[in-house]
Ligand binder design. Structure first.
Ligand SMILES: C[C@H](O)CC(=O)C(=O)O
Ligand code: MN
Length: 342
């Protein structure tokens, strides 16, 4: 018997990658990327604002195109791939989830900070009620020890999640820390375990392989590394590596390479690489989607973005606290000015 997929990949460039391009996706771009991913036999494609449904706002960044149009476009061109959406309770509401389901979305990923799983109960329940495959997405997983992660994951499982993800939002986890976390979830959950990496410390691939070794079967990647910060595990590389390991993803390696090169690379204003600022995200444990916000604030206040990011890391700022970025920049700028006039 042939195994079609040992590992089920969710491609996140059309959602996580939205952070990297300041939420400027057009319908044409989404159509060409989603169609090519579908032809490459990628099973799940996530589409929404970078911060999930209804993320388009002054706080998180305004989308160029209404995400429902993007979702509808992606659904319309996929023959086998299922479209997924991300939802952060409090940012997105039940109404957007219902609307997305009505457009043909098949999977909902309900994301909370790693210690706040309790706010996902109603959204997970609604997603199940709507007949969606449902994922609990525990973000900033480096901020909680394995026991805490297990406690929170069990809550999501009890609400009905089919899968719970360890999400390394800051790209800060080291391989042994991924091992401990995925192992702990595998030992304590009955549902699937997933892993979502960020490449800020150049560990996305290594960490993903460790997660798979520990039994994670749901894995996220972004083609051409098109994700927040330095991007995620690079999907076309991941499927090639897994193929060499005789681990089936069902994804066509050549087609992934071609779409990365010919369709996704031209969307990028500059190549996704580990710059000094994205490296600091992983080094200081800062949410990857803060990168562009911090760079903008640095420009506004004439500062080094690294100083802002390091301070955000010290203050343990988490997703949803984007307004703190400007506050921190203003405070650093104020301190500098007062020192220089003394
Ligand atoms: C809203 C975040 O961008 C979700 C995510 O991809 C992460 O935490 O990482
Ligand atoms: Mn991410």
């Amino acid at each position: 018997m042939t195994r079609e997929r040992d590992i089920v990949i969710t491609e996140v460039a059309l959602r996580d990658g939205s952070h990297a391009i300041a939420h400027q996706y057009t319908v044409d771009q989404v159509i060409s990327v989603a169609r090519a991913l579908d032809e490459a036999n990628v099973p799940y494609i996530e589409v929404s604002h970078g911060d999930g449904l209804a993320g388009s706002s002054l706080q998180y960044g305004l989308s160029r195109t209404n995400e429902m149009e993007l979702i509808e476009a992606a659904v319309s061109v996929c023959k086998q791939a299922r479209i997924a959406v991300l939802l952060l309770p409090g940012v997105g509401t039940m109404q957007e989830l219902k609307q997305a389901a009505g457009l043909g979305v098949k999977m909902a990923r309900i994301a909370t900070h790693v210690t706040e799983a309790d706010i996902s109960a109603q959204h997970i329940a609604l997603a199940k009620e709507l007949g969606l495959e449902t994922v609990g997405f525990l973000m900033m997983a480096h901020m909680a020890p394995p026991e805490k992660l297990v406690e929170q994951a069990k809550l999501m499982e009890s609400y009905g999640a089919d899968t719970v993800y360890v999400v390394d939002s800051a790209g800060a986890l080291l391989p042994h820390e991924v091992r401990e976390r995925v192992r702990a979830l595998r030992q304590n959950l009955r549902v699937n375990v997933g892993f979502h990496a960020h490449n800020n410390l150049s560990l996305a691939m290594a960490n993903t392989l460790v997660a798979i070794e520990e039994g994670a079967t749901r894995i996220d990647g972004s083609v051409r590394c098109l994700g927040a910060g330095a991007g995620n595990a690079q999907t076309e590389v991941l499927v090639a590596v897994l193929d060499r390991m005789n681990i089936q993803t069902g994804v066509n390696v050549y087609k992934m390479m071609d779409l990365a090169e010919e369709i996704v690379a031209p969307i990028l204003q500059k190549p996704q690489e580990i710059t000094r600022d994205s490296l600091v995200l992983g080094y200081a444990g800062v949410y990857s989607s803060f990168l562009l916000h911090a760079q903008r604030a640095a420009k506004q206040f004439g500062l080094d973005a690294r100083d802002i990011l390091i301070e955000l890391g010290k203050r343990k700022v988490v997703g949803g606290q984007e307004d703190m970025i400007v506050d921190v920049a203003a405070a650093i700028s104020h301190d500098k000015t007062s020192v220089s006039v003394r």
